[in-house]
Design a protein around this ligand. Structure first.
Ligand code: PMP
Ligand code: GLN
Length: 381
């Protein structure tokens, strides 16, 4: 018997590859994006409480109501947009599921989807598995990864079904501005193009910047599915709880897919998150917390011969290493893991053509001691 692979060119994700290498060489793991510190003990106590209370059976398909209600309240508070908890908010098993379900709900054979590269690694395969075609808009470091909306305009065709946004951005740490949204709105206003907006880092944004979600713009809001996650916000990447916000008609389509993917998401954690979200400081303090981490990391690498622009958001700092070596970024990321004991992610993996701009991504969601040790090792390069 022969198996015909549906994804013959897909290997294992870079996050697994680099984390495994980091473990093998006992390197400091600044590659895969996850904190090396724990979440609030109050949050784990709440999960325990709800497990003991017997909240251990299937949650409703759309998520437990108290969680959907508090997500609605938070979204209205922060962005001034109302989402109905019954019909427009769906809790899912991580943003990865939200992205896959949103793409699957909308993309059909030969539909085109505009992606800005470098982009998070799940987008392209999710599109291709649905028979869709990614159309890439390439962003580069010389231009600070800024979007040229005239280029986007030139890529839009009658087949364009979807545009995928990600702000704050993984891997580059950039953010979209109000002007970006305005320009996007002008391009899509008389079309049926939808938007999937990956906002898993919405609460990690620096230097007084504001998070601009497309839902803040009426032309965009009506066509946008927001994919959110509690993993990054509450230091619980292993819990895999996320959500999708979308107007009723889009949410209906989204739920049709979600019911066949996971049907519902882990029950006691949803109740715990609903309680934990009542204290706004639990997420409003996050930007300041991670800004200090970013600044700490930047200080730790000040003697390394990297050049970089400080991240505007997310918990990643990208650096250019061309003053050190002309090796390609993939080889260098592996060599640094093995030889100096610091693991990172090469940015080329996030480009479909594997463009090598001599950039590495470091995750600074680590305790200060780890950041200091990483800085010492990188400064010897
Ligand atoms: N999108 C981006 C940009 C991410 O960095 C991640 C990783 N947190 C995800 C989606 C997936 O999130 P989750 O772990 O909730 O599936
Ligand atoms: N989002 C994380 C990162 O960018 C990794 C998620 C994963 O391992 N799939 O590093």
């Amino acid at each position: 018997m022969q198996i015909q692979s549906k994804q013959p060119h897909i290997g294992t994700t870079i996050f697994t590859v680099m984390s495994q290498l980091a473990n093998q060489y006992q390197a400091l793991n600044l590659s895969q994006g996850f904190p090396n510190f724990d979440c609030s003990p109050q949050l784990t106590a709440l999960v325990h409480l709800y497990m003991q209370k017997g909240m251990n059976q299937y949650a409703p398909l759309a998520g437990v109501l108290p969680l959907r209600e508090i997500i609605a309240e938070k979204t209205e508070d922060l962005y001034g947009v109302k989402y109905h908890p019954e019909t427009e908010i769906t809790v899912v098993s991580g943003a990865t599921e939200a992205l896959y379900a949103a793409i699957t709900a909308l993309v059909d054979t030969n539909d085109e989807v505009i992606l800005f590269e470098p982009c998070y690694d799940s987008y392209e395969p999710s599109i291709r598995l649905n028979g869709g075609k990614p159309i890439f808009v390439t962003l580069t470091p010389d231009n600070q990864y800024k979007i040229d909306w005239q280029v986007v305009k030139s890529k839009i065709s009658a087949k364009t079904k979807l545009i995928v946004l990600n702000t704050p951005h993984n891997p580059t740490g950039t953010t979209l501005s109000a002007d970006d949204l305005e320009q996007l709105a002008m391009l899509v206003k008389d079309t049926n193009i939808c938007i999937v907006s990956d906002e898993v880092y919405e609460h990690i944004i620096f230097d007084g910047r504001q998070h601009y979600s497309p839902i803040c713009h009426p032309v965009l809001q009506e066509r946008t599915l927001v994919c959110g996650s509690f993993g990054k916000t509450f230091h619980v990447t292993g819990w895999k709880v996320g959500y999708c916000l979308a107007p009723k008609a889009l949410s209906e389509e989204f739920r049709k897919v979600h019911q066949w993917l996971t049907f519902s998401t882990v029950t006691p954690i949803q109740y715990a998150l609903a309680d934990f979200l009542k204290d706004k400081s639990n997420y409003l303090s996050l930007s300041m917390f991670y800004q200090q981490k970013r600044d700490k990391f930047i200080d730790c690498i000040k003697n390394a011969r990297f050049s970089f622009t400080p991240a505007e958001g997310s918990f990643f700092q990208c650096v250019n290493y061309q003053n050190i070596t002309d090796e390609n970024d993939y080889d260098l990321a592996k060599r640094l893991t093995k030889e100096i004991g610091v693991a990172s992610i090469p940015i080329s993996v996030f480009y479909h053509g594997k463009n090598d701009y001599k950039m590495l991504r470091f995750c600074f969601a680590k305790d200060d001691h780890t950041l200091e040790m990483a800085g010492e090792r990188l400064s010897k390069l």
